[in-house]
Design a protein around this ligand. Sequence first.
Ligand code: IPM
Ligand code: MG
Length: 355
Amino acid sequence: MNYNIALLRGDGIGPEIVDSAVRVLEKIGEKYGHTFNFTPYLIGGASLDEYGIPLTQETIDGCLASDSVLLGAVGGPKWDTLPGNMRPEKALLGIRAAMGLFTNLRPAKLYPALKGDCPLREDIVANGFDIMIVRELTGGIYFGERGMREGKYGEEAYDTECYSRMEIERIAKVAFETARKRRGKLISIDKANVLDTSRLWRKIVHEMAEQYPDVECSDMLVDNAAMQLVRNPAQFDVIVTSNMFGDILSDEASQITGSIGMLASASLGDNTRGLYEPIHGSAPDIAGQNKANPIATILSAAMMLLYSFGLTKESDAIIGAVDAVLNAGYRTADIAHGGEALGTVEITDKIIENI
Ligand code: IPM
Ligand code: MG
């Protein structure tokens, strides 16, 4: 088959890690008889430098015309002082909204080979953990009404959280169906003791649970969830939560796997076109030095093969190659503990050799 992939390399380490994933996909194409055509578009700081805005219509149109999109990372100190709507991060929110990507899947799994990197006590992670965070991605406070105004005490700013029944139902449906394909356990995370949006969220999740009797569904308050993730991560199978809670909890979940450099993500809408990106940032401090860990981006490409193209064995081939390389003891600097570390290019070579 022939697949057209839009590449949003972005800033910092973005170009290096995306290029690693491209090399891995090319190897997959060669081995399994697929052709991947790659078309690059600018996003974030790179787009600001070239066009004065972080996300252009050309980039949006290119992504919408593609079969799927692979993104590196955006942002860096150079653009940190720009106003909110001109920041590179705004482009991420913009491309997710423009592509209608309301679902964000963020798997957080403890790799046996990396157990030593997990900051949690050994007995806590004795049985490992394998969590799928389903984060709502195009609603809530990141997209709500906002502004600055004069208030009782002078200057003030506000952001608002709003969720419609439609938005909650469609993300909950994804979560129930994801749980059904995994271990059948769904925990919906909210702040229903305080927020009206959470109370509506909880009510709708309960209504929908009746249609999924095979899924064991329960609720957890977000503050408790933050604690439970480090107390007993193995209790989680699928988590479903709002945009902001998912943003925060997915960083926490990534850290307990040992390295944020390992975690992939898929953003999906109601068709097969998705946007795949590592959950880490652009790491400007190590950009261009062949030091970045490309595994999260390579695993994001594996998620693309599975979720956008339905190429299960090709996706598994990438995951298997990453496992083999880690099991053989190869590490990038972020997971080497001062021991011998391979560069971005060299670890990619090892992964390609194992496909
Ligand atoms: C993430 C990031 C983004 C988000 C930011 C950079 C807009 O933190 O992908 O988790 O909040 O979604
Ligand atoms: Mg985040």
